[in-house]
Ligand binder design. Sequence first.
Ligand SMILES: [Zn+2]
Length: 379
Amino acid sequence: MTNRNYQICTSCVMDTTDSTIVFDDQGVCDHCNTFKNVTLPSWDTGEAGQAQLDALVTTIKREGQGKDFDCIIGMSGGIDSSYLTYIAKEKMGLRPLVFHVDAGWNSQIAVNNIERLIDGLGLDLFTEVIDWQEMRDLQLAFFKSGVPHIDSPQDHAFFATMYKFATQHNVKYILTGANLSTECIRNPVEWMYYQSDSRQLKDIHRQFGTRPLKTYPVTSILWHKIWLPYFKGINVVRPLNMVPYIKEEAKQLLMDRFGWQPYPQKHFESRFTKFYESYWLPERFGYDVRRVQYSSLIVTGQMTRDEAIELLKKPSYDESTIRQEIEFVANKLGISHDELNGFMALPRRTYKDYKNQRQIYDYGARLMRALGLEIGGKR
Ligand SMILES: [Zn+2]
């Protein structure tokens, strides 16, 4: 923590809780300026985007000829992956293999949403169930390590499974719901370290885990960022950046068409992520991910700054149900309420306190941006 004076961006709602934020002389933050100067000029959801999408569809269909599936989509039940699945099937006319990773924390709404979408679109669902004893051990290890990013075990399993399915089924295209419309401003690395960093995951588990990870899926940046794309020809694409994607309209469409149910906040499809993003991060570290989510909506014209300021006055968790949420997380992990509270009070650590591959991520991100292969990114 620095002793910097508090400041909030005059254009979005990012503030000095992001300790590396930089403001220009108008009080506008670097997230906003990067969006305006870098992201916006290379993002087109009009004619150019449509042409890009059409070309992508042609390539995917050609590559997928004679195969059971032409692409892969990971489905959480949240809005981005749900809308993506709809677009892929209905608008792109693809034959996706849809998979879901069950890490033990699905909310009932998520389960219903996945079922409704899959049935409504006439698709098959592949569910990968993560061994609960290993998952639990890894999650407890992250709690004990003192770092903010305790949702890494879930996210990492998701990424690793995605690549595993792609190689197993020999599918060349992975479609992800990652998008600029609702995520153009990203969680700073300080708040949410790279979940795919297997070196960090293994180091934390080595120090605090109590049983070996025998079946838990592990990926590594060199495998999925170099080996798979450049030697195996497996590509990750983001179709939601090529079509107009307005959150409220997408939500309405999914509700009307499939009986999909909305969540009170992005990522709340997992009960663990809900605890982590609404309680753990803001209460223990002062990181409120709603700032990032709302700021993305503000700069893309989907929310006003005043609306966001108003929403941020309330805590991100529901005060009337948070006790039950904490109870649920403790029970599920098989620890007492006091133990969980004890983790809240541990000395605060960062990713830097453990082995990590930050340098590789930074180098890779700079290279991708220089080659024009990626817009934006974390910082
Ligand atoms: Zn800003």
